[in-house]
Ligand binder design. Structure first.
Ligand code: R5P
Length: 311
């Protein structure tokens, strides 16, 4: 482990618990920072450590209140830049606004590119994130972006269930690559559902490509938002003869309430976004990404390879 004086890790207000867990894995304490909201709603920040000439990491997840957390991250970055930090590495476990990554209809923004521009302009020198919605978003930056994978953690969790006849199912065409990677890691087959999104809250799933008859289905996705995608996929698999259903998802935005009534018996979800045991459905098991983030921070701080251990 690097010495505490080698680098500093600060936390924004979005996910202090994960930042603390990550710091613990690194054997350090979080850097002191004062963040306040002025009476008019503006955010004020003061870094309470000397950062001159130091490599600094800031953990901030862009979810739940994405607009204020993004703005807060930009303001923290500005403060660090003006305090002469040597490098400003932002650790963004959930990269919000990434889903709007292309102009698929007229007169819409590309928010993923806008956020990339904002971060770079503020002074960020590296982004460490996890399961970006689309890997191409890395190309929106002209600084290094390390896109970590939650899959190895989720695969280990799935293995503990000792499923007898498992198959991975992608709930939509966009998840095929992810499904193939899970299937390869688990050494099993995969199937795909053809999803059509009706609007932001509703999806329709029709054709199932592959057979799930008598199978223990493992639905995978990068994001659980309203739950419409997974719950509809679960219904399709059940109607197609699936024996049992579980799910493994990286980012739990948890904006819907229907999971309890669905046929999904268990869902492994990482803590890239704060999840409160009191408010999430009983079938959710939380998998911490703290050790993964810590290892990546350590690799960056020591200028070591990430790809050599990330798979
Ligand atoms: C879509 O492209 C994503 O991979 C997820 O499938 C989607 O964001 C999940 O959203 P929801 O839970 O609202 O269906």
């Amino acid at each position: 482990m690097p010495q505490e004086s080698d680098f500093l890790l600060f936390a924004g207000t979005s996910h202090r618990e994960l930042a603390q867990q990550t710091a613990k894995c690194l054997g350090i304490t979080l850097g002191n920072i004062h963040i306040e909201t002025f009476p008019d709603g503006e955010i004020g920040v003061q870094i309470l450590e000397n950062v001159r000439g130091r490599d600094v990491f800031v953990l901030q997840t862009i979810a739940q209140h994405p607009n204020s957390y993004l703005m807060e991250l930009l303001i923290i970055t500005d403060a660090l830049k003006r305090a002469s930090a040597r490098s400003i590495n932002v650790v963004i476990p959930y990269f919000g606004y990434a889903r709007q990554d292309r102009k698929d209809k007229g007169r819409v923004p590309i928010t993923a590119k806008l956020v990339a521009n904002l971060l770079e302009t503020a002074g960020v020198t590296r982004v460490l994130t996890l399961d970006l919605h689309a890997e191409q978003v890395q190309g929106f930056f002209d600084i290094p972006v390390d896109n970590l994978l939650a899959r190895p953690l989720l695969v280990e969790a799935i293995k503990t269930l000792l499923l007898k006849n498992p198959i991975v199912v992608a709930p939509d065409i966009g998840s095929i690559k992810l499904a193939r990677a899970f299937a390869e890691s688990l050494k099993i087959e995969y199937a795909v559902i053809d999803k059509r999104r009706v609007n932001a809250k509703q999806v329709e799933s029709n054709a199932l490509m592959g057979s799930v008859v008598g199978k223990d289905v493992i639905l995978i996705d990068d994001i659980y938002s309203t739950g419409a995608t997974l719950i509809t996929a679960a219904r399709v698999c059940r109607q197609a003869g699936a024996q049992s259903l579980i799910a493994a998802v990286t980012h739990g935005l948890m904006r819907g309430k229907a999971l309890e009534e669905s046929a999904i018996e268990k869902i492994f979800l990482t803590n890239t976004i704060p999840l409160s045991r009191d408010t999430i459905p009983a079938q959710v098991e939380i998998i911490s990404v703290a050790a993964l983030l810590a290892r990546a921070i350590e690799s960056v701080a020591l200028a070591q390879s990430i790809s050599s251990w990330l798979h």
